[in-house]
Design a protein around this ligand. Structure first.
Ligand SMILES: NC(=O)c1ccc[n+]([C@@H]2O[C@H](COP(=O)([O-])OP(=O)(O)OC[C@H]3O[C@@H](n4cnc5c(N)ncnc54)[C@H](O)[C@@H]3O)[C@@H](O)[C@H]2O)c1
Ligand SMILES: [Zn+2]
Length: 347
């Protein structure tokens, strides 16, 4: 079993192994140890894995309940969080009890946010069932919901107590969702692990380990996202704009892929990197079935969507731009400069 320590919050472990769900009780007992658990999941994941997780919790002699909400970004809302909070109150959950997020990034973000506010914070466990959640959203403690079309506009930093990652769960993941996760994997490679790009068809546990280790190192140094952690937003500032402009039709990972290509072109235009970075990135993304552009949106439209981006501090926005493949740096520009760069880069 692979174990990675994350030095955030109280510090916690990310455990990775095929078939690990079957041993979830051992980990829950050692790292959560609650009397009551509530498993939060979505309508796609629950029929596949909820009973198995429930059985492991019952094996501990703990009480277990569940809350299942319909899958999809449109349910990543206050309303869903509100329903979870009401259920917890109805079950007389106390601060010694524990939530379990069983699902992808949406379940993790919603469940984590509910955990962060219920009685001013109770513990929660992440059981990621998508590649994206395994390599990214289940680690680092960002939780939250959307506010209308504003992605992740409201939330809290709230670290899980434990992450249980069983890559066997990816066997039921739609191909498209797997590709979404690969976009985040390629992101890690492009930020600081160029050697990972040559191992993308290798052991999935090793791939997840490399990504989680990078995320753990970065968030341990900058939990609150004031500096270095912003590097993890590579492709995301532009990607969020694509997600918003498409009304969530283009999912997160694919939007990030498009966003990384936009960042490459902007970086090239600013003279920060050469054309080979975009070429290498495009080759990797294409090889994993990821899109390189979203023709239907003009630079003007995407710029409009970016004006709403919460990462913009005042009139400025911090972009993550590649210097070469495997090395990125932060670059702050004014919104006016960004407008010029984007519209120029679009030509
Ligand atoms: N908190 C963070 O740091 C962070 C980081 C990245 C992304 N996110 C958020 O994560 C979300 C995207 O996460 P995601 O890509 O995991 O999406 P998701 O949670 O919507 O899961 C994708 C789809 O796959 C289904 N699914 C999940 N696991 C499955 C399985 N094992 N078998 C079959 N179907 C399965 C889900 O029901 C859903 O339909 C976005 O809301 C994004 O904002 C958060
Ligand atoms: Zn992401």
């Amino acid at each position: 079993m692979i174990e990675i320590k994350v030095e955030c919050g109280g510090g916690y472990g990310v455990f990775i192994e095929k078939g690990l769900l079957r041993r979830a009780d051992e980990l829950l007992c050692a790292y959560a140890g609650a009397a009551k658990y509530c498993i939060v999941s979505d309508g796609n994941v629950a029929p596949l894995y909820l009973e198995a997780v429930k059985a492991r919790v019952l094996a501990l002699g703990a009480e277990v309940s569940e809350f299942v909400f319909p899958a999809g970004e449109s349910n990543k809302t206050f309303a869903t969080v509100g329903r979870i909070l009401e259920i917890l109150a109805g079950l007389h959950f106390t601060r010694s009890d524990c939530l379990i997020a069983l699902g992808g990034g949406i379940v993790g973000d919603v469940c984590g946010f509910a955990a962060s506010v219920y009685m001013r914070g109770i513990r929660f466990v992440q059981i990621p069932t998508t590649l994206l959640a395994a390599v990214d959203s289940s680690v680092g403690g960002k939780t939250g919901v959307n506010l209308g079309s504003l992605k992740n506009q409201v939330g809290a930093f709230w670290q899980p107590s434990l992450v249980i990652c069983d890559p066997d769960t990816f066997s039921t993941l739609p191909e498209r969702e797997y590709r979404n996760g690969m976009a985040e994997v390629i992101k890690y490679s492009a930020i600081c692990a160029p050697e990972l790009a040559d191992k993308l068809d290798g052991d999935i546990c090793e791939i997840i380990k490399t990504c989680v280790q990078i995320k753990s190192d970065i968030v341990s140094r900058d939990e609150r996202d004031n500096g270095e952690r912003m590097l993890l937003n590579y492709g995301h500032t532009f990607g969020h704009a694509v997600e918003c402009a498409s009304d969530e039709r283009i999912p997160h990972g694919m939007a990030v892929a498009i966003g990384m290509m936009m960042a490459c072109r902007v970086s090239e235009r600013l003279g920060i990197c050469g054309a080979e970075v975009a070429d290498r990135t495009a080759a990797l993304l294409s090889a994993h079935g990821l899109p390189l552009e979203a023709d239907e949106f003009s630079a003007e439209m995407l710029y409009g969507a970016m004006q709403n981006d919460k990462k913009r501090a005042g009139s400025k926005v911090t972009l993550v731009l590649p210097r070469r493949f495997g090395e990125c740096a932060l670059h702050t520009v004014t919104m006016d400069e960004l407008r010029g760069i984007m519209i120029g880069a679009d030509r």
